[in-house]
Design a binder for this molecule. Structure first.
Ligand code: SAM
Length: 213
């Protein structure tokens, strides 16, 4: 076992399983994605701290516990099609791709999107599709989605993303001010009906776009 494998194993025990996220498919997915490959060379030694890390361009790779929480609460089935808004490093897309049929992910900063796409290809993730653009507009050609994960915080729920949820689909996103948000899960229960659950307080970078800040 390499030092990184050992550190990943320990992080998952301490920050994922012990904090109540025990769903076996999720734990296996987290175990199979090398987070050290998603951070810059100078930050690899911190890859298994349960903390966000800089990925350049003023953006961050999310804290592993929050990635796991969003994915577990989304209950991703093997034939689900997932949309992620905010590709960043590609790490959350990589974890979700181990559980889903396909992951479509949108990043507004071209340099990050290109870097993530190269990295995901190099690591052999064949079911992730990366696009540069404003993710608050969704990905209409592929919609409806079973799951939509938004990894940046906006002032309100983008109506376009609600509209791109399948019936029964789950949208998980941070909503609030630019400095702190509530993580919300919205389930589409019918053509015009939605249930909403508050999953707790979080801090994400801002969601910048037509239906964001
Ligand atoms: N999921 C990422 C990961 O695993 O590394 C972390 C993402 S980071 C916390 C949030 C990302 O959302 C940033 O890269 C930011 O540029 C991006 N972002 C913000 N607003 C966006 C928008 N409207 N559309 C697409 N990406 C957006």
């Amino acid at each position: 076992m390499s030092d990184f494998d050992y550190a990943r194993h320990r992080m998952i025990e301490a920050h994922i399983i012990r904090r109540g996220l025990t769903e076996p498919r999720l734990v296996e997915a987290m175990r199979s994605v090398p987070r050290e490959a998603f951070v810059g060379a100078g930050l690899q030694e911190f890859a298994y701290a349960d903390a966000p890390l800089s990925i350049g361009q003023g953006q961050t790779i999310s804290q592993p516990f929050i990635v796991a929480l969003m994915i577990e609460r989304a209950t991703i089935a093997a034939d689900d099609v997932v949309l992620e808004v905010g590709t960043g490093s590609g790490y959350a897309a990589a974890v979700a791709s181990r559980l889903a049929q396909d992951v479509y992910t949108i990043e507004r900063i071209p340099a990050l999107a290109e870097e993530a796409e190269d990295r995901l290809q190099r690591l052999g993730f064949g079911n992730i599709h990366v696009r540069i653009g404003d993710g608050t507009r969704g990905w209409p050609e592929v919609a409806p989605f079973d799951v939509i994960l938004v990894t940046a915080g906006g002032p309100s729920v983008p109506p376009t993303l609600k509209g791109q949820l399948a019936i029964g689909g789950r949208l998980i996103l941070p909503v609030g001010s630019e400095s702190e948000q509530r993580l919300i899960r919205i389930t589409r229960t019918g053509a015009t009906t939605f249930d909403e659950v508050d999953l707790g307080g979080v801090r994400f970078v801002p969601l910048i776009g037509k239906e964001g800040w």
